[in-house]
Design a protein around this ligand. Structure first.
Ligand SMILES: Cc1cc2nc3c(=O)[nH]c(=O)nc-3n(C[C@H](O)[C@H](O)[C@H](O)COP(=O)(O)O)c2cc1C
Length: 340
């Protein structure tokens, strides 16, 4: 396979390069600014914000707006801001706001399967109303001088696999890159992502980069997804939980470059402690403890950490206790030996 090339995104005259084309997927409640910073610190061509509800953003009080903008980390390198919504007017208004705040790329969410989102005719529901979806895309493209990208799924269900058609129309309206999660809305997260079905979208939008997404947890998966789909790059979500270095490893492997090792020992403890403290600083103590627990759990799993310390670590309410426990907790569990 040829080494992975960087990709160019263009919407009108607005351009951006994604290099390497290995992106962190938006994940609500997970890809907050502290996590995106950790992932970007190892190396990622692009990180995407959690989805931002366009109407809530556009209607928020100015003080909340400032907070919301800050949370987007708009001045961070290679960050796309993902907007979700239904009304072209609010999508355009929110796009203008994040553009004014320094956003470099705007991504439109047409893949979220959650009942609450779909019930509001947003997210994956837009795949059932492509004419309306197009009006939204056109409104965002007209509102800002930034590259606009689209993230969606294969279709609503197995009877409506309309991603190729939607992607073609989106590109005609100015979308510069399309990411496809290789499942339908009705699959939610069940079954396996169908990487070869993403190929139909790649063929529908020649010359426009497509990122393949879904179930990529290792460099071998990424290579297989690219081979099956012909996509220009990959987007990785859950595989990076507890392994924020994964994207850098995948990118190196796809470029036949030396693959950086995952941090272990003191380097891993420093990384996790730094991420933990950044979460508490960013979200405040109450919410921060809850958010941090998920990440600690994933770090422990990835490190095959000490099982006996999992509970004390995940139930601790005193951050100092967590930081004290980390070195021992993140040491690999000794192999189980047969009793004599
Ligand atoms: C907890 C969670 C939250 C998610 N939030 C979003 C979101 O805000 N916007 C979006 O487009 N996709 C969202 N997704 C979907 C992911 O971006 C991605 O498409 C999906 O997880 C498949 O990729 P993966 O197998 O690499 O995780 C979310 C997924 C999970 C598990």
């Amino acid at each position: 396979m040829a080494a992975l090339a960087s990709v160019q995104i263009a919407t009108g005259a607005a351009r951006a390069a994604i290099d390497p084309p290995v992106a962190l997927a938006p994940m609500a409640g997970i890809t907050d600014l502290p996590f995106r910073r950790v992932v970007a610190g190892f190396g990622a061509g692009l990180v995407v914000s959690e989805m931002v509800a366009s109407r809530e953003m556009a209607q928020a009080k100015p003080s909340d707006r400032a907070r919301a903008r800050a949370e987007l980390g708009l001045h961070e390198a290679a960050t796309a801001v993902q907007l979700a919504g239904h009304d072209p007017r609010w999508m355009a208004e929110a796009a203008r706001m994040v553009a004014d705040g320094g956003a470099r790329i705007i991504d439109i969410n047409m893949g979220c399967p959650a009942k609450k989102v779909v019930g509001g005719q947003s997210g994956a529901a837009l795949m059932r109303d492509p004419d309306h979806a197009l009006r939204m895309i056109e409104a965002v493209v007209a509102a800002v001088d930034l590259p606009v990208t689209l993230k969606t799924r294969l279709g609503w269900d197995d009877c409506c696999l309309n991603a190729p058609d939607l992607a073609r129309r989106a590109v005609d309206a100015g979308v510069g890159m399309v990411t496809i999660h290789g499942r339908t809305r009705c699959q939610f997260y069940k079954g396996r992502a169908d990487w070869s079905a993403i190929g139909a979208v790649v063929r529908a939008v020649p010359g426009v980069p497509v990122l393949a997404n879904g179930d990529i947890r290792a460099a071998g998966d990424a290579a297989a997804a690219l081979a099956a789909s012909g996509a220009a790059g990959v987007m990785i979500g859950r595989g990076a939980q507890g392994r924020p270095w994964l994207l850098a490893q995948v990118a190196a492997a796809l470029r036949d470059a030396p693959v950086p090792s995952a941090p272990t020992g003191a380097a891993l403890v420093d990384l996790v402690a730094g991420h933990y403290e950044a979460i508490l600083d960013f979200h405040g103590r109450d919410l921060g403890l809850r958010v941090a627990r998920k990440h600690l759990d994933w770090y422990l799993t990835a490190a095959s950490g000490a099982a006996s310390l999992r509970r004390p670590l995940l139930t601790a309410t005193d951050p100092r206790a967590v930081l004290r426990l980390l070195p021992e907790a993140l040491s690999p569990a000794p192999p189980v030996t047969e009793a004599a």
